[in-house]
Design a protein around this ligand. Structure first.
Ligand SMILES: Cc1cc2nc3c(=O)[nH]c(=O)nc-3n(C[C@H](O)[C@H](O)[C@H](O)COP(=O)(O)O)c2cc1C
Length: 190
């Protein structure tokens, strides 16, 4: 079983990120290849990156960084659940990425993007993918892009993906498991 961290990116009160993330966490559990943990950046509540020493040195001063580092270190794979803020991904995710270097490296990432509008957060995806390059996180081309997410919310506010979204998530998780297996070898080959 690979350790999968599903990271919900937005932090504002009333954010929809965790609602959508809950669905993808359930889909990941159904896949059967992952031990899944959900990480809500709104709950984790990292301050703006405030470590004095470059994270490449891994000499963390603050307890919040040590805890964040431990969570990401133990991961074999990630799914970033991201909204699109002003044509990019939220600053809260950029901040969480910036705290660490080695912990992200040689691990695969699926992306679930969503939007209240019609473009499904795909512009956020492109900027996230380019930033992940510098951290050596391998982002998959297989992903789940959700337009007009309100159409998938029940009256109780639960997100229920349709057949297409579920099929896309299955393809993403299959690839995520393959890449997790392969990248583990690269990561351990120092
Ligand atoms: C600061 C901000 C910027 C936004 N920018 C975009 C955008 O560029 N493109 C888009 O499709 N939706 C945009 N939206 C609308 C979001 O798709 C919608 O509010 C979504 O619920 C945001 O995710 P969250 O609820 O997890 O915060 C923006 C929303 C906020 C709050």
């Amino acid at each position: 079983m690979f350790k999968l961290k599903v990271i919900s990116s937005t932090v504002r009160p009333g954010r929809k990120g965790p609602v959508i993330a809950k669905w993808i966490v359930d889909e990941a559990a159904k896949h059967g290849g992952f031990e899944v943990e959900f990480l809500d950046l709104g709950e984790i509540n990292l301050p703006l990156m405030n470590e004095a020493i470059h994270p490449v040195m891994k000499q963390y001063e603050h307890e919040h960084t040590k805890q964040w580092s431990a969570k990401i270190e133990e991961a074999d794979a990630f799914v970033f659940v991201t909204a699109e803020y002003d044509y990019s991904y939220p600053a809260s995710l950029k901040n969480a990425l910036e705290y660490l270097v080695h912990e992200w490296a040689y691990k695969p990432a699926g992306i679930v993007s969503y939007s209240a509008g019609p473009f499904a957060g795909v512009r956020a995806v492109m900027s996230l993918k380019s930033d992940l390059l510098s951290l050596k996180t391998v982002s998959l081309s297989e992903m789940v892009n959700i337009p007009l997410y309100n159409q998938y919310l029940t009256e109780e506010g639960v997100f229920v993906g349709d057949e297409k979204l579920t099929a896309a998530s299955k393809i993403m998780f299959n690839q995520l498991a393959r890449y997790a297996k392969g990248l583990k070898i690269i990561k351990e080959d120092k």
